[in-house]
Ligand binder design. Structure first.
Ligand code: ATP
Length: 719
C-alpha cells in the first residue's frame, strides 16, 4: 500500500520521537555534493542507530563520508533524502537544540580563534550556551586540569597542535551536552591522556543523571573497542553496526581491524558480482539494538518503518518540509541578544589583540583623505617652459615678466627649432615664441585698434607650442600665458593713456550664487572621496573579517553551537559600526578642520550620511563574504568593485559627462546620489528638506537594507 507506506513512516517517526529511546536514528539517508556530472554521492541509503547513553565508534577509511554524516547529524549540512532523527527531532527543526546547546561538536579541524586565549575561547562558547560566568569558570578549571592544558591566559596560537586539539575537545565538553560529536578527538594525544579521555567519556555516558551519547571517529581502530557500539563505514554506507565484542565473535577475529578488512572484502566482492551499489539486504543492519541490547524490531517499531522497501522512499525527501532542513527556520526573525553579545565580545577581543591593525584601521581613512587633499586639485607648479624671445626692443621681455614664476619656470632658447626640440625631448612642457617685431607690432595694434593690419596682428601675437598630452598642465600654461598677456596689455594701455579694460575679455564674473569665483577641483571631489573612502573601507574590512571567521571551520563551529548566521552578521555590523564611527570622526576632522574643505550646511547631516554610507559598504561586504569561501576571492570581489563604482558614481568626474544610457547605471549605484547629496550639504549649505539631499539619504538607506537582506538570504541559504 503506497499511501500507507508514507503515513506509516510518519506515524512511525512520531512513535520514535515519543517512545523510542534512540539518540540518533537514521534511515535511508542520502547525501551528495555537486550536481550533474560532478555529482558525488557520499552517503548512500545509510541506516544508523545510536542508543541513548552509548559511545558509538564511527570507523571507516578516509573519504568514506564520516565527517559528512557527522555534519548532517549536528545540523550543519542538509541531507538530500531519507530520515534522520537526533535526540527526538530532525536536526535544525524549529525549537530543537540541534544545532545548539544539546550538542557538543568537535570538528576535525581545530576551529579555534588563534588570537584568543584558552579562557576567552571557553567563555565565548559558554556565553553562546547561556552558561553563567560562575559555571564557565568551574567547567574551565575542571577541563584545564582534566585535559592537562596550559594556563587559561595562553593564546591559542602559542599552543602545540595537540594542545589545540585538546582545547577544541574542551569546547565540545564545556556545556555538558546531551550529545557529543567528536571527530578524531584523540589525534596527537599521548596514550596516557587518551586513556583518561576514554575513561571520562565512559563515565559521562554511564552517569545516571545525564546519559551523554557520544559519537566518536578515530583512526586508532582498536581504541574503538571501548565503545558500546561501532559502525563500520565504507563508501557512504554502514557495513555493520554492532557491539565490538559481538563483531569479533561473529567474525571469529581478534581485532576490529581484521573484522573491518573482511567486511570490506565481502562488500567489494558483492560490488564485483553485482553492479548494484547497495544490496539493501546487506545494508539492513544484522541487528539493531537499544541500550538493553533489545532488538529494535521488538521495541515497538514495525518493520515497514525501518526497512520500508515497499514504501515510496522519495516521499520522505527531506526537502519536502521542515524535515532535514538542517537549520532553524526562524533564524532570520529570532536572533538572541546573548549570542550577539558573545560574538561582539569575541570580535572586540580579537581587535584588542591586534591593536596595531586596529590603529591602522582608524588611521587609514585619515591617511587617504590627507593624501587626497595634498595631491589632488592643486595647480601644478615649477613647470619647465621654453622661451624663444626674438624681440630685442623690450616689450617681449616685459610680457615674460608677467608670467607666474611659481607655476612656470622659464628656460631660454635661441631659436624656435631649439625650443621645439626641448618639447620633443620632454625637457619642457611647451615653448612660447615672440616675434622680432613684437614691440612695434603691439604698439601699432593698440594704437590702430580695428584698423590694424593683418601683419601687425600676426607679429603682435605670441605663439605657443605645447605638449598637449597632459591636459591639466597644458591648460594651466595656457591660462597663465593668457593672464600674463592681459596684465601686460592693461599696463601698456595705461602707459598710452588708454582704458585698460579694452584688454579684458568682455565677460564679468559677478559674486557666485554658491561657491567661490576660484573653484577648486578638490572641493568638487572631496564629498565623493569622503563617501567612497568610508564605503570601500567598510566593504573591505567587513569582507575580510567575515571571511576569516569562515576560515578553518570557525564559523561552522559557532553555527553548530547554536548561533545563526544572522546573529553573527548583526554582531559584525555592530562591532564594525564602532570602528567606523572612529574612522568617520578622524576623516571629517582631517577634511573639514585641517584641510578646510568648505562645509556650509549642518554638520549633523554630513556625519549621518557618511555613517549610513559606511553601513551600506558593510552590507556589500557581507554579500561578498557570504558568496566567497576564501579571502582571495572575497578580496578580489571587493577590489573589483572599487573602480567601476568609483568611475560611475560621479566622484572623479561629473555624472553629466557620462553617456546618457550609462547614466542610468550610474544613478542606480549606492554612492551616486549620496555623493551629490553630500556635495549639496557641504558646498551649497542645503539641508534634508532639499530634494537632492533627502534623495541621497533615501538611496543610501534603500541600498543598505536591500544589500543586508540579500546578504541575510545568501547566508541563510548557505547555512
Ligand atoms: N564540501 C564538499 N564538496 C564536495 N565534496 C566534498 C565536500 N566535503 C567532502 N567532500 C567529499 O566527500 C567525501 C567524503 O568526505 P568526508 O570528509 O565526509 O570523509 P571522511 O570519512 O570524514 O574522511 P576523513 O577520515 O579523511 O576525514 C570525500 O570524497 C570528499 O572529497
Amino acid at each position: 500500500m503506497a499511501t500507507s507506506g508514507y503515513s506509516s513512516i510518519e506515524n512511525g517517526y512520531r512513535g520514535i520521537r515519543e517512545e523510542y529511546p534512540a539518540a540518533i536514528f537514521g534511515q535511508g539517508v542520502n547525501k551528495s555534493y555537486g550536481r550533474g556530472k560532478n555529482k558525488l554521492s557520499v552517503l548512500q541509503d545509510l541506516n544508523m542507530n545510536v542508543p541513548r547513553g552509548a559511545i558509538y565508534g564511527l570507523l571507516g577509511p578516509s573519504g568514506c563520508g564520516k565527517t559528512t554524516l557527522l555534519r548532517c547529524i549536528v545540523g550543519r549540512l542538509n541531507y538530500d533524502s531519507g530520515h534522520l532523527i537526533v535526540l527526538g527531532d530532525h536536526p535544525g527543526a524549529r525549537g530543537h537544540g540541534i544545532p545548539g546547546s544539546m550538542v557538543g561538536y568537535m570538528p576535525q579541524e581545530t576551529a579555534l580563534f588563534n588570537e584568543m586565549t584558552i579562557g576567552e575561547t571557553l567563555s565565548y562558547f559558554g556565553r553562546i550556551h547561556a552558561m553563567t560566568s560562575d559555571g564557565i569558570k568551574k567547567r574551565t578549571d575542571f577541563l584545564l586540569e582534566f585535559l592537562t592544558l596550559p594556563k587559561p591566559n595562553r593564546l591559542i596560537k602559542e599552543l602545540s597542535g595537540g594542545q589545540k586539539r585538546r582545547v577544541s575537545f574542551s569546547v565540545a565538553l564545556l556545556h555538558e551536552p546531551e550529545l557529543l560529536i567528536l571527530d578524531e578527538p584523540t589525534v596527537g594525544v599521548d596514550p596516557l591522556l587518551r586513556e583518561r579521555i576514554w575513561k571520562h567519556l565512559l563515565s559521562i555516558s554511564q552517569s545516571s543523571g545525564q546519559k551523554t551519547t557520544i559519537i566518536i571517529t578515530t583512526h586508532y581502530i582498536e581504541e574503538a573497542r571501548q565503545a558500546n557500539r561501532v559502525g563500520l563505514m565504507r563508501s557512504g554506507r554502514l557495513l555493520a553496526e554492532e557491539a565490538p565484542d559481538t563483531l569479533l565473535h561473529q567474525h571469529h577475529k581478534d581485532s576490529l581491524e581484521s573484522v573491518f578488512l573482511e567486511l570490506c572484502r565481502e562488500d567489494k566482492n558483492e560490488e564485483n558480482t553485482d553492479n548494484m551499489t547497495i544490496n539493501k539486504k546487506d545494508q539492513k543492519p544484522d541487528c539493531i539494538h537499544n541500550d538493553d541490547d533489545e532488538p529494535l524490531l521488538d521495541a515497538g517499531l514495525n518493520e515497514s518503518i525501518i526497512y520500508p522497501d515497499a514504501a515510496p522512499r522519495k516521499s520522505t525527501d527531506s526537502s519536502s518540509g521542515d524535515h532535514g532542513d538542517g537549520v532553524c527556520n526562524c533564524c532570520v526573525k529570532c536572533f538572541r541578544p546573548r549570542n550577539i553579545l558573545a560574538q561582539m565580545i569575541k570580535n572586540f577581543t580579537l581587535m584588542k589583540r591586534n591593536i596595531g591593525f586596529l590603529l591602522f584601521e582608524f588611521m587609514l581613512p585619515a591617511i587617504q583623505i590627507v593624501l587626497f587633499c595634498l595631491c589632488i586639485g592643486r595647480d601644478p607648479y615649477d613647470l619647465q617652459f621654453g622661451v624663444v624671445n626674438m624681440d630685442t626692443l623690450g616689450l617681449g621681455g616685459d610680457l615674460l615678466t608677467y608670467l607666474d614664476s611659481e607655476v612656470v619656470h622659464q628656460v631660454n632658447y635661441s631659436s624656435l627649432d631649439a625650443g621645439l626640440d626641448s618639447v620633443k625631448a620632454g625637457q619642457t612642457w611647451g615653448t612660447i615664441y615672440i616675434n622680432q617685431n613684437f614691440t612695434f607690432a603691439i604698439i601699432d595694434r593698440f594704437a590702430k585698434g580695428a584698423n590694424a593690419s593683418n601683419t601687425t596682428l600676426d607679429e603682435s601675437t605670441v605663439k605657443l607650442y605645447l605638449d598637449m598630452t597632459n591636459q591639466q598642465i597644458a591648460l594651466i600654461i595656457q591660462e597663465k600665458v593668457a593672464q600674463a598677456f592681459q596684465d601686460f596689455s592693461s599696463t601698456l594701455l595705461i602707459k598710452f593713456h588708454q582704458n585698460p579694460a579694452i584688454a579684458q575679455v568682455p565677460i564679468k564674473l559677478e559674486s557666485p550664487v554658491y561657491g567661490s569665483n576660484t573653484p577648486s577641483f578638490t572641493n568638487f571631489m572631496a564629498p565623493g572621496v569622503i563617501i567612497s573612502i568610508t564605503f570601500f573601507l567598510a566593504t573591505g574590512l567587513t569582507t575580510l573579517s567575515f571571511v576569516l571567521e569562515k576560515k578553518e571551520g570557525l564559523l561552522d563551529r559557532s553555527l553548530a553551537a547554536g548561533m545563526t548566521s544572522v546573529e553573527i552578521m548583526l554582531a559584525h555590523v555592530m562591532t564594525q559600526l564602532v570602528v567606523m564611527a572612529v574612522q568617520v570622526a578622524i576623516l571629517l576632522v582631517c577634511a573639514l578642520l585641517i584641510f578646510h574643505v568648505p562645509y556650509e550646511g549642518p554638520l549633523i547631516w554630513v556625519i549621518v550620511l557618511v555613517l549610513l554610507q559606511g553601513f551600506c559598504g558593510m552590507a556589500l561586504g557581507m554579500i561578498f563574504s557570504s558568496i566567497c569561501d576564501n579571502e582571495n576571492s572575497a578580496i578580489q570581489c571587493a577590489l573589483g568593485s572599487v573602480y567601476p563604482m568609483l568611475l560611475l558614481s560621479g566622484i572623479i568626474w561629473p555624472v553629466e559627462a557620462i553617456p546618457i544610457w550609462m547614466r542610468y547605471i550610474s544613478y542606480s549605484l549606492p554612492m551616486t546620489y549620496a555623493a551629490d547629496a553630500l556635495r549639496c550639504v557641504l558646498s551649497r549649505g542645503w539641508d534634508i528638506t532639499m530634494m537632492p539631499v533627502w534623495r541621497g539619504y533615501l538611496a543610501t538607506m534603500g541600498w543598505s537594507l536591500g544589500l543586508l537582506l540579500i546578504a541575510a538570504i545568501i547566508l541563510r541559504i548557505k547555512q
